[in-house]
Write a protein that binds this ligand. Structure first.
Ligand SMILES: N[C@@H](CCC(=O)N[C@@H](CS)C(=O)NCC(=O)O)C(=O)O
Length: 247
């Protein structure tokens, strides 16, 4: 049995849902409501001590971190493949995977945090914030900074620069090849997609206007049946999305 601890709008959860959909795997949905701090409960921290989603439990075996989960699913359920057979082609997919983690995945957190989380965090009393952040084991600095003074224009500009770099690299790759890492649709395409959908939801789609390789790629990934399964209704985040915390 596959259980997925996840939430509809979490981009990291969307990555795993895309892999499950591509492989036609059904799973038990274990919803974790971040606003209700369900990721900080002792029960969930017992599953993922990092206090973040997603986490996967497969016949009792727990795997955490979205990229690791995606690779685990590929290893255990190799058909249909989301990694090419040739070691060199696999290395190219993994280069993209590392880049995606380091550059766009970390960059998108900045505008998302500012637009959505900063205000409710600032509205909390210092005591409530201390209590709320007690079980944050990774990224505590992000929350502390957000509460103190949010992210300034410089931080936002720097994040947008990293996102723009991602788009131009992806555009160049997709102009040369059918997909991001070569001629096959792979984990690289899957791991980038939720960040791009989030950028679109936040109003940054201008960034790829006129970039025909990238536009074709975005169109093609959305045409795959896995897209509507992973991004079901209610899983996208409008730019005016209101987040409220349960303290
Ligand atoms: N490297 C982790 C990061 C997971 C992560 O940051 N998840 C977000 C949702 S997309 C989360 O749980 N955030 C809760 C929080 O920061 O308090 C992964 O890829 O699974």
């Amino acid at each position: 049995m596959i259980e997925l601890f996840n939430s509809p709008r979490s981009t990291c959860s969307q990555k795993v849902r895309l892999v499950l959909a591509e492989k036609g795997l059904s799973f038990e949905n274990r919803p974790i409501d971040l606003a209700k701090r369900e990721h900080h409960t002792p029960e969930y921290l017992g599953i993922n001590p990092n206090g973040v989603i997603p986490a996967l439990r497969h016949d009792g075996f727990v795997v955490t971190d979205s990229s690791v989960i995606c690779e685990y699913l590929e290893d255990v359920f190799p058909a249909p493949p989301l990694m090419p057979p040739d070691p060199r082609a696999r290395a190219k997919v993994r280069e993209w995977m590392r880049f995606i983690e380091e550059v766009p995945t970390s960059a998108i957190r900045i505008p998302v945090a500012n637009q959505i989380f900063a205000e409710p965090l600032r509205a909390m009393s210092p005591e409530a914030f201390a209590e709320w952040s007690r079980n944050i084991t990774v990224r505590r600095d992000l929350y502390v900074k957000m509460r103190r003074d949010g992210f300034g224009n410089e931080d936002i500009a720097e994040a947008l620069e990293r996102l723009a770099l991602t788009i131009s690299r992806a555009d160049a790759a997709c102009t040369e090849y059918a997909w991001l890492a070569g001629e096959d649709y792979t984990l690289a395409d899957i791991l980038l997609l939720p960040t791009i959908a989030r950028m679109e939801d936040l109003g940054y789609a201008e960034m790829w206007s006129g970039k025909s390789g990238f536009v074709r790629w975005y169109d093609n990934v959305q045409r795959r049946p896995s897209f509507d399964i992973a991004f079901f209704q209610g899983s996208r985040m409008a730019s005016n999305y209101q987040w409220s915390l349960t303290v």
